[in-house]
Design a protein around this ligand. Sequence first.
Ligand SMILES: NC(=O)c1ccc[n+]([C@@H]2O[C@H](COP(=O)([O-])OP(=O)(O)OC[C@H]3O[C@@H](n4cnc5c(N)ncnc54)[C@H](O)[C@@H]3O)[C@@H](O)[C@H]2O)c1
Ligand SMILES: [Zn+2]
Length: 670
Amino acid sequence: MKTAEQQINELRLALHQHNYNYYTLDKPEIRDYEFDQMLEKLQELEAAHPEFKNENSPTQRVGGTVTKNFPTVVHENRMYSLANSYSKEDLEDWEKRIEKLSDGEVEYTCELKYDGASISLTYEDGKLLRAVTRGDGTQGDEVTNNIKTIRSVPLQLKGDYPQKFEIRGEVVLPYEGFAQLNAERVENGEEPYANPRNTASGSLKLQDSSETAKRPLECLLYSVIGENLPFKTQFEGLQKAREWGFRVPKEAQLASQMEEVEAFLNYWDAHRHDLPYETDGVVIKVNNLRQQEELGFTAKAPRWAMAYKFKSEQEETILESITYQVGRTGAITPVANLKPVQLAGTTVKRASLHNADQIEKLDIRVGDAVYVEKGGEIIPKIVGVDFTQRDPASEPTKYATKCPECETELVRQEGEAQHYCPNATGCPTQIVGRIQHFISRKAMDIEGLGGETVALLVKEGLIENYADLYELKREEVLPLERMAEKSADNLISGIEASKSIPFERVLFALGIRYVGETVAKKLAKYFKSIDALAEASQEILINVEEIGEKIAESVVHFFEVEENRATVNRLKNYGLQLAISEEDLEGLTDKLQGNTFVISGVFGKVSRKELKKLIEDNGGKVTGSISAKTNYLVAGESMGPSKLAKAEKVGTKIISEDEFLEMVEFSGGE
Ligand SMILES: NC(=O)c1ccc[n+]([C@@H]2O[C@H](COP(=O)([O-])OP(=O)(O)OC[C@H]3O[C@@H](n4cnc5c(N)ncnc54)[C@H](O)[C@@H]3O)[C@@H](O)[C@H]2O)c1
Ligand SMILES: [Zn+2]
């Protein structure tokens, strides 16, 4: 067995080499995930054997180097890397450390972690003075002329910018530009680039700026550094930078608890491939700059920030064909059929491709070698094409024009990503899908009836619409395959029992496009009956909180269709709940209508959850952080001082639990 010292030395040597391949040559030989695992291993070994500590270790230094091709500039403020975490537990540990080291309540900014090349821009009197790469963190390459070719880098600022400051960001190459660039290279008989990140980085190091200008690069900014800055938090800094003319993506969010941070992580883990550029995680930062200053830096990274890397177990395989699936609302989803490959412990044969834009953006073609990745979702995704292996004779993918189930011409509405099969009443998959949705657990939850039986009932011609379920007779279902006396009884009694399912769930069960569980709840609460909802105009619908144009349009459209109205009427006649019951109505008021609340601290009489429900039942709205729009802060025990200060600053009314309960005339629990 190798000694710890040998292992440490080998890892250091290998990591130095990989850093060189990655940062200097822009040609990595291993995947980032493997690199990170080696680095983590080295970190563990060094922690267990402090006697081998060495300040030149890759764990102690920023990985890049300076080249001799550009003037070397020493950074006025060192450019650090970021500490990494791969699990929610790591994050929670970090939060605990932060809370211990900081005084006062800590708020966090969550930002996307753009995957490109770091850059530092210095502005003086509103003009770009110089642009320097991160290099080894202490000094970097001055690439001002190349940076000036990027259109999103302002050469002259506007607004109340400081006289002199530095701003940091990431130069990225959006997918679309990357695919275009590669297409041109292939046409010219050149080798295509492997990935956007290394291409972005390589583009900054070109000697001829007119070459850089041909690359559709973007510069996304995330941090302003300097003295006497006109803001006190990271989040305000982002807003200011945007006002001065920088491209600062708008996805960043404030979070007052780790729960909110995790919601942000989960959301972007699932949706990051909808962004036009690559991201490899989320960066969580302590929002307050004074607290940041107190926390300071380690040898390699700030203590006040933490990167959370999306898990990307990636494999390369061949795309054998693209097929198309029809959903219950007629939405078409393209599916990639892959040469089977082992990924994260399972055999993967299919991957989701989202929509036509996604296919175009990644420029995926049948026969390509593609990278598949498993993120937070169950279905793996294709995240890129290995252009180096593309068959020069291949042609761009032509998206389906007809429904694979019923041959109807597909439509795509202006502004929508998805294609649809418009044949709602005749497309067999849609008919079955709609009824399956109707009976599903979160909708009518019909016991004794499953998806397969629904398909069978439709196939046998016993039902073709969910209202038909309520006319099913025991004698009709008994002859069906695998249907025993007992199961037939269960089915019929399950259908009968569903008549008492509350209105909001019936509304969800109807399967109106864009009316999910939450929207159904909102609509039910607001309109109180299906009749009122059916009469509502688009303008009235849009006025309901959180109901946008798309939803409003879809609801109006649903009730315009005569057949839908007839179905709803039948459901009403069968005795389904198509209005809020008297009992539920009693608890609902609009006393708090138009008021926004923030809840903070611990409460004595009701739980946070009950408090939230009380606010919503009385027509109010609950948000996570205080802004100028917050009307009330309901303050419990041990509420943090920073929230209080913020509330006082923006003029939010601060009320106690008792004062709140009085407002809604709450008379105590049951
Ligand atoms: N495959 C290889 O051979 C190889 C070799 C070396 C490094 N790598 C990869 O490079 C990465 C390590 O590089 P690193 O040291 O630059 O660390 P990092 O890229 O993980 O994180 C630090 C960088 O994140 C960037 N960043 C993006 N968005 C940001 C935001 N909103 N706020 C703050 N910073 C933001 C900054 O440029 C910062 O320098 C890892 O992903 C590693 O796997 C791979
Ligand atoms: Zn169809």
